[in-house]
Design a protein around this ligand. Structure first.
Ligand SMILES: Nc1ncnc2c1ncn2[C@@H]1O[C@H](COP(=O)(O)OP(=O)(O)OP(=O)(O)O)[C@@H](O)[C@H]1O
Ligand SMILES: [Mg+2]
Length: 384
């Protein structure tokens, strides 16, 4: 008989006991199975483990635990473990509407902030595929439909008041939303201590930080991000939150999920394709494939976004122009803020890197400032 602990810190030693204690609820492995655990998480915030049956290694699951602090910084940097509650709630909604595009959720333990989910074995991060120049056109179709379905199925105008209120309440993820508001919308454009950029970008960065028209738009977008409550938004849908294998794509890491302006997802997804676009500076084949992927994302999104036709056109126009603005800010903060991306950081030749980053700053700034004048994806692409 095992005694169930309320809070348990997972590590390679404690995981077998943790799973045995929850044999009834999870029931994934045989009760006598010899379990092997390894840490696979390369993220900043949480611990992620793969657990497999030593005698049937094909049988495995993934455990993700949120400590009450930021993993890479340690216990001196507290952060509410509730973030996994939001990840599990959003995974439930995703499993309801778009189960093929997310890992299956096996179990959630709110006391220890642990999720047990399907092991996406042999999947790679979409970011790494794009860095390698592998642009699979099925992926934007899958992610475009993922977003279109989730956003419209949870969209306030499509729901009765009770259900809309329920989503609002279940996804009031204000702690994580505040972090994003700071790190995407504010800090990168001030002299915040966490900012850094390549030497040589100073003039461009100063121009950006003193551009009143830009700052006004960034502020407006921040207010949209914080105030608008329209649909279930993943909140961190960059190419490192998507795992792919062949023609399959799975969205992970939804701990930032909130009820908000859904265009934030479209914007982040586009921005990370655009960052990849610029990183492939002189590879016109990959660049044109990325452009096709960006166009395809919106086409699929609009096809899967179900709404009464009298409202649909206007709603999508609004989502589009917010997406464009969010995309611009995401591109900028990945060059001058606290969290950069491998696609760009990997560029060793400093002149090439500066050239790529200057182009990204220019496009990011332009699409934030001009977002109301950009009427279509084609018009956005023309600015590249
Ligand atoms: N279900 C899964 N199957 C296989 N691998 C996974 C799974 N979930 C996560 N991983 C791996 O673990 C890594 C970290 O996962 P995740 O991004 O969810 O963690 P995180 O700590 O929240 O990261 P971040 O700091 O980016 O927020 C992923 O990049 C992926 O390599
Ligand atoms: Mg995460």
């Amino acid at each position: 008989m095992w005694i169930v602990l309320t809070k348990m810190e997972l590590n390679r030693e404690t995981i077998p006991q943790y799973l045995r204690e929850r044999q009834v609820e999870i029931g994934f492995f045989d009760s006598g199975a010899d379990l092997h655990s390894e840490e696979i998480g390369d993220g900043n915030l949480n611990f992620v483990y793969r657990v497999s049956d030593s005698t049937h290694s094909e049988r495995s699951l993934v455990l993700k635990q949120a400590p009450p602090y930021i993993k890479i910084l340690g216990p001196d940097y507290p952060l509410s473990s509730e973030r996994l509650t939001y990840e599990s709630r959003s995974l439930q909604v995703y499993n309801q509407f778009v189960s093929e595009t997310v890992p299956t959720l096996y179990y959630f333990d709110g006391d220890s902030a642990v999720i047990a989910m399907e092991d996406l074995k042999d999947y790679n991060l979409l970011r790494d595929e794009l860095i390698a120049g592998n642009v699979n056109q099925t992926i934007p179709v899958l992610i475009g439909s993922f977003m279109g379905i989730v956003h419209s199925q949870t969209y306030t105008d499509n729901l009765d008041k009770t259900l809309a209120n329920k989503y609002q309440k279940n996804f009031a993820n204000t702690v994580m939303q505040t972090i994003t508001a700071d790190y995407v919308f504010t800090f990168p454009f001030t002299n915040h201590e966490t900012n850094y950029h390549t030497e040589g970008l100073e003039a461009a960065v100063n121009r950006l930080k003193t551009d009143q028209q830009f700052l006004k738009q960034a502020d407006e977008l921040k207010s949209v991000f914080l105030r608008v409550q329209r649909g279930l938004t993943h909140g961190d849908l960059h190419t490192g939150s998507i795992m792919v294998k062949g023609n399959s794509a799975k969205v992970i890491d939804s701990e930032f999920a909130f009820y908000g302006p859904v265009g934030f997802d479209v914007g982040l997804f586009w921005a990370n394709y655009l960052l990849s676009y610029y990183s492939h500076l002189d590879n016109t084949k990959v660049q044109s494939e990325i452009i096709t992927a960006i166009i395809q994302t919106w086409k699929t999104y609009t096809e899967h976004f179900k709404m009464d036709l009298s409202l649909k056109h206007r709603t999508l126009q609004m989502i589009f122009s917010e997406s464009v603005g969010f995309a611009g800010l995401e591109m900028l903060r990945r060059i001058i803020g606290a969290a950069h991306v491998k696609d760009i950081e990997n560029i060793e030749d400093i002149h090439r890197k500066l050239c790529v980053e200057t182009a990204i700053l220019e496009l990011g700034k332009t699409i934030v400032k001009e977002r109301h004048k950009i009427a279509s994806v084609d018009e956005m692409i023309e600015l590249l």
